[in-house]
Design a protein around this ligand. Sequence first.
Ligand code: 13P
Ligand code: SF4
Length: 305
Amino acid sequence: MTTRELQDKILEKKKENDVCILAHAYQSQDIWEIADYVGDSYGLSVQASRAPQKTVIMAGVRFMAETCKTLSPDKKVLLANPMAGCPMAQQMDRDAVLKMKAEHPECAVVAYINTTASLKTAVDVVVTSSSAVKILKNMAEKDILFIPDCNLGGWVEKQLPEKNFHFFQGGCPTHLRMTAGDVRAARAAHPDALLLVHPECRADVTEQADYVGSTTGIMKFAEASDAREFIIGTESSIVQHLQFSCPDKKFYLLSKECVCHNMKMTTLMDVYNSVVGLGGEEITLPEDVITESLKPIHRMIELGG
Ligand code: 13P
Ligand code: SF4
């Protein structure tokens, strides 16, 4: 069977079975083409609650499927590939948050969305890379405990000097592989290109960027820009998608190492198996976890606009 034939089968079956397919921006082009919605973590979480279908399939990683279930507890939510987890979301659990909270009782606890549903029950607000600055600006609290990504947190801190930040030393192993040395080499090879990077990158990378933003933010910036060449400092799929949407521009990956192997676990076949009921994992969460993790997620949506 060709890719196109498999895509057609998925499109036919998803209509028949009343299924919505959500795909994170890091998914491959063949999955993008059959998704109902593609976006960054913020967009996916908002879209999850709006989808009219009774079943939602997440082509992404586990925390995204959990957020989807929290926002739509009455829907059947399937993670297309049950092995796809985010290593950053495993770096900190609820007990570790409670311990840090006890050490910093004056702080509001702000958690990156790349965390488990269980951890979110212990925090005040959830943020994404595209909404973090706006949300923190809108919060009255001055003292902030930002978890788990200290690189994203440090980038937010630079823009909000009026707040006092404390960090957990967590981060994304994919984005941490990009270095200042990669920036020097890429700038030398492509002197006319703009450097667009994700805020999960190290400070010595984000400091040199022409634009810092979420996956969707990077794509919108490149599509709207008059520049012709771009060095992309985030997961490799974004280069592929940009090359499809802007064939007259040139895109270079900041580092060949920038592949999220967890995001790449999901295949078109996994999506097909999930749509026809032969694969995927149905996400279930205890009722109290849904109720308590919904509070900081709702606060994110309220403050993030
Ligand atoms: P965004 O899609 O929110 O930019 O996040 C990137 C990411 O690493 C998702 O796991
Ligand atoms: Fe997690 Fe990083 Fe992969 Fe995103 S890119 S899913 S943060 S490991």
